[in-house]
Write a protein that binds this ligand. Structure first.
Ligand code: SF4
Length: 439
């Protein structure tokens, strides 16, 4: 029995896809092992968004060859689609597969016999038109369920459409089948995953279904306690979806909405499809219906043309908004994107300073959000990891709590009252006070 090991870089989508590809191997009789258990085959799923994708890829290949010098090393993922020939020259690589080929790798690399030269099977990205469904079940607590892939937008800084192709989705019927399968494996929380999930519904190039109908159908799935919408573009987050979440049985009050900049000048330069007024309106709609809702924000600093004044517009905008945390990205040049041809390049030192300012703001926002929720009662889903005798979990609205380790609580939900913010920045809890109503 041949042994195969996996390594994943990047986002939730990559994790869900690696997990599905690993199940394909197991179904064909391969044995899935850990990276250091002398595998015969390595599958490395790469990312094009992370810094130094090339260096990371080389490093992992080198490690793989140290562990199993005669192993067969295959590279898949976004970076493999963008730079297949470059990757093929890395010492130790046996095959590189693109976006249209990666789900057929067992059949395409029939037997994994080593050849003199690395095999490159990467069609042009236009060929990646098929939706391959995927979900992760490595972690019992939380599953990433892929519902959509690719993107038809063309933001000036982004390589994802080049690496993943056009927007396409699974059908609601198939997604419900996957959700039932996940429910049967005792997973408590499902995170809907995609590149641009608000654009859900395109099949064979035509819009056939709607995101709002997908979430409504999933809400009826028994056996899954929670669904989380991972990240959704502000212009695609409709009132219908916000209202649905506010009365849903299973969708939790947590949105992650990319903003990228709080300056309309920058939003236009980036090619984003909304202005700051729309963003403000979405946040206000959410907070009116769900005052306790957690709102996460992606923001990029140092995009070409971002003057001090425009950066401060972003800073002040975020400071004023009732959001809960930020994911701050320091802009870095990516080949084949429009942004690399723009003037007004921001020096790296300034980019880093701005990034630091927003990270501090993020901490302030998170603390403020946690503070507002102290004394309230929520349901926590506890996770597996233990740190210095403490275990952790998240509430519906994504507040991280700490509790004394209790093996019985792993992957279980429990009603708790939030007491105080501890020195680790998470929240200590106690059993909720029972309030008896007078009759
Ligand atoms: S919406 Fe913009 S940033 Fe997001 S994947 Fe599409 S092109 Fe990239």
């Amino acid at each position: 029995m041949k042994k195969v090991a996996f390594y994943t870089l990047g986002c939730k989508l990559n994790y869900s896809e690696t997990s599905t590809i690993s199940r394909m191997f197991e179904n064909k009789g391969y044995q899935k092992v850990e990276f250091d258990q002398t595998p015969d085959i390595f599958i490395i799923n790469t990312c094009s968004v992370t810094e130094n994708a090339d260096k990371k890829c080389k490093k992992i290949v080198k490690e793989a060859k140290k562990i199993s010098p005669n192993s067969y090393v295959t590279i898949i993922g976004c970076y493999a689609q963008l730079k297949p020939q470059e990757i093929a020259t890395i010492k130790g690589v046996d095959a590189v597969l693109g976006a249209a080929e990666k789900f057929r790798l067992i059949e395409l690399l029939d037997g994994f016999a080593k050849e003199q030269e690395a095999k490159v099977l990467a069609s042009e990205i236009q060929e990646a038109t098929v939706f391959n469904n995927a979900f992760s079940i490595n972690d019992r607590t939380r599953t990433f369920l892929k519902v959509q892939d690719g993107c038809n937008y063309g933001c000036a800084f982004c390589t994802i459409p080049l690496a993943r192709g056009k927007s396409r989705s699974d059908s609601i019927a198939n997604i419900l089948d996957s959700a039932r399968e996940i429910a049967a494996s005792d997973v408590k929380e499902v995170v809907l995953t995609g590149v641009n999930i608000g654009d859900f519904g395109i099949q064979d190039g035509k819009r056939k279904e709607r995101f709002a109908d997908l979430v409504t159908a999933l809400d009826e799935i028994e056996g899954i306690n929670r669904f989380r919408i991972s990240s959704i573009e502000p212009n695609l987050l409709t009132n219908e979806t916000i209202e649905f979440v506010s009365r849903s049985k299973r969708f939790v009050p947590h949105f992650h909405i990319p903003l990228q900049s709080g300056s309309n000048t920058m939003l236009r330069a980036m090619g984003r499809r909304y202005l700051r007024e729309l963003y403000e309106d979405r946040v206000s709609k959410i907070k009116t219906l769900m005052p306790h809702c957690c709102i996460g924000v992606d923001v990029i600093v140092g995009f070409p043309g971002e003057t001090e004044e425009l950066f401060l517009e972003t800073y002040n905008f975020l400071n004023e908004l009732p959001i809960s945390y930020l994911h701050v990205f320091t802009y870095s040049e990516r080949a084949n994107t429009r942004a690399t041809e723009m003037g007004g390049v921001v020096p790296m030192k300034v980019r880093n300073e701005r990034s630091k300012m927003l990270r501090i703001l993020s901490e302030k926002k998170r603390r403020q959000f946690y503070q507002e929720n102290l004394g309230k009662t929520y349901t926590v889903l506890f996770e597996e990891d233990v740190e210095e005798g403490k275990m952790h979990g998240f509430t519906e609205n994504y507040i991280r709590v700490s509790a004394k380790y209790d093996p019985m609580l792993i992957n279980e939900t429990k009603l708790v009252q939030l007491v105080e913010i501890n020195e680790m920045g998470s929240v200590d809890i106690e059993e909720p006070e029972i309030v008896y109503e007078k009759h």
